[in-house]
Ligand binder design. Structure first.
Ligand code: SAH
Length: 491
């Protein structure tokens, strides 16, 4: 379990927070900035902080009304098997209410906090009260193989059924479960060697004795033990399948965004994307729309989060810059959809909304350099080898296509652009017009026209798109104005 976060809104709560911290040493106290002075860490936005902690699986102890926590987290409730413990504590320390995270030991945490505050916890899970144990959250060393069956199983126990125990487990034998030798229900304790013999079902909870195998190994075992007749059911959400739109906002902000994309953004419940791209459209965000931001390199995780949120009934927008289908999130979403193919994604309504790509904005700003046949090549070697890139440049140059280079350089990747220039010069004249377009539609936009022989590393960065003319691309003068660059429509 991650160290819990104790969240307070006012300095008056610090005393209760410190008492809780004495019971749970690893916990950190998060205080609202300007309203608290002696917390361990400060935060500026309650909703965003709580949601971020929740999404990273951090147990949350809110010294505030239960309603505030419930409303804040409600949109993120997708999968009860993975959500962290969430508890509300009365500001005067008189009540501890476990709200979520039954499978992550929320009741144990509630008991520890209650003991630190010298009160009784408000445990509401009836199975636990009656039987003095939590079948859903077994002690360390035991893993419940079929948690989806537990709800019905416990309901049957509460209704008076008896249970037969196969195997040995002290924590069960010391509980007040109604054990008999001929019970209709069964609890079956197994280790890895005999797991295939178990028959998990609504009448039989199976616990795996964990003798040191990693969680990954255990995950792989599930299909074998459950078999075809007993597939793991999708998480119960109680909601209709939601919507997922993958949109491109154009290279800049508002001006180059399509009305469709704007409408989809404004009517969504959740935005998912790289922070910089979400910031670009932040002015369109109504406060109730939730931002899920991520690092630029974790596209597949981001795509999966978006699909899961949508499967939970949300209206989710994945935000890319430019066009979402050009070196962006649309392909990443379909890769995850194909590879993971979760059953709960089958009924999702998925839509891709196009945007103006950087090369189109670059071309428009100087005339029509992509007026005839052209191709697009990314110089990034993260997802393909440099040999592949070099060969594509060579063939495109030989075929006399105009070329748009995306991702021309990055901090760790500089030599490729000069190598590309070298290859191009084997086929193109040194006087071929090239366009270097940086920060199109954004603050600090620059567009420079040069000749191929003048291209240097300093001309480009991660926010530059480069257009290379074909042998037919020319520069023309219109009176005294700046020159135009265009490629004629023939040959
Ligand atoms: N989906 C985007 C491309 C993402 S790949 C699109 O269709 O435009 C990222 C690369 O796109 C950058 O390295 C850069 O080459 C180019 N790019 C994206 N936005 C840009 C902008 N505003 N100005 C110049 N180049 C941009």
């Amino acid at each position: 379990m991650k160290p819990p976060a104790i969240i307070i809104l006012t300095e008056t709560s610090i005393k209760v927070a410190r008492q809780i911290q004495e019971g749970i040493n690893s916990a950190m106290i998060y205080g609202l900035i300007n309203r608290t002075q002696s917390a361990d860490l400060s935060y500026t936005n309650f909703g965003e902080t709580v949601r971020e902690l929740f999404q990273t699986g951090t147990p949350i102890i809110g010294v505030c009304a239960a309603g505030i926590l419930i409303r804040t987290i409600a949109p993120l409730l997708i999968n009860k098997n993975t959500e962290p413990a969430v508890l509300a504590i009365a500001e005067d320390g008189s009540a501890v209410v476990p709200l979520l995270g039954g499978l992550q030991g929320v009741n144990d945490l509630a008991r520890k906090i209650a003991s630190a505050l010298q009160i009784s916890p408000a445990i509401t899970t009836s199975g636990e009260i009656r039987f003095k144990t939590t079948l859903l959250s077994p002690p360390v060393g035991y893993q419940l193989v079929n948690p989806d069956h537990a709800k019905t199983f416990i309901a049957d126990l509460l209704a008076g059924e008896t249970v037969k125990l196969i195997g040995k487990a002290d924590w069960l034998e010391n509980s007040q479960l109604p054990f008999t030798t001929d019970g209709k229900l069964t609890i079956d304790i197994r280790d890895h060697n005999s797991l295939e013999l178990a028959k998990p079902s609504l009448n039989c909870l199976v616990y795996l004795l964990d003798n040191g195998n990693s969680t990954e190994d255990q995950k792989d075992l599930y299909p074998t033990i459950l078999g075809e007749e007993n597939p793991i059911s999708p998480p119960e959400t109680g909601l209709n399948p939601g919507k997922l739109a993958i949109v491109g906002t154009g290279p800049g902000a508002a001006r180059w965004m399509s009305p469709e994309v704007r409408e989809v953004l404004e009517t969504a419940t959740d935005w998912v994307g790289y922070k910089t791209y979400l910031d670009l459209v932040e002015s369109l965000r109504k406060p109730e729309i939730i931002r899920h931001e991520s690092d630029n390199r974790v596209e597949l995780d981001r795509a999966e989060t978006a699909l899961d949120l949508a499967a939970g009934g949300r209206s989710v927008v994945v935000v890319s810059s430019g066009d979402p289908g050009i070196y962006a999130m649309a392909a990443a979403v379909f890769e995850v959809l194909e590879k993971k193919a979760k059953p709960e994604w089958e009924n999702l309504d998925i839509q891709v909304c196009p945007g103006i790509s950087a090369m189109q904005a670059a071309a428009a700003s100087v005339g029509a350099p992509l007026g005839h046949d052209f191709c697009v090549i990314s110089l990034s070697d993260i997802l393909k080898s440099w040999e592949t890139i070099a060969r594509r440049i060579e063939l495109a140059a030989e075929a006399d296509l105009a070329i748009a280079f995306y991702n021309p350089v990055s901090q760790d990747r500089t030599w490729q652009l000069l190598k590309a220039k070298e290859i191009l010069l084997k086929w193109r004249s040194p006087q071929t017009p090239i366009i270097l377009a940086r920060n199109l539609g954004r603050k600090g936009q620059t567009v420079t026209i040069k000749f191929l022989e003048q291209l240097t590393i300093e001309d480009a960065d991660m926010r530059t798109v480069i257009l290379i003319g074909s042998s037919k691309t020319r520069m023309i003068q219109q009176g005294e104005k700046k020159p135009w660059v265009y490629t004629p429509r023939h040959q």
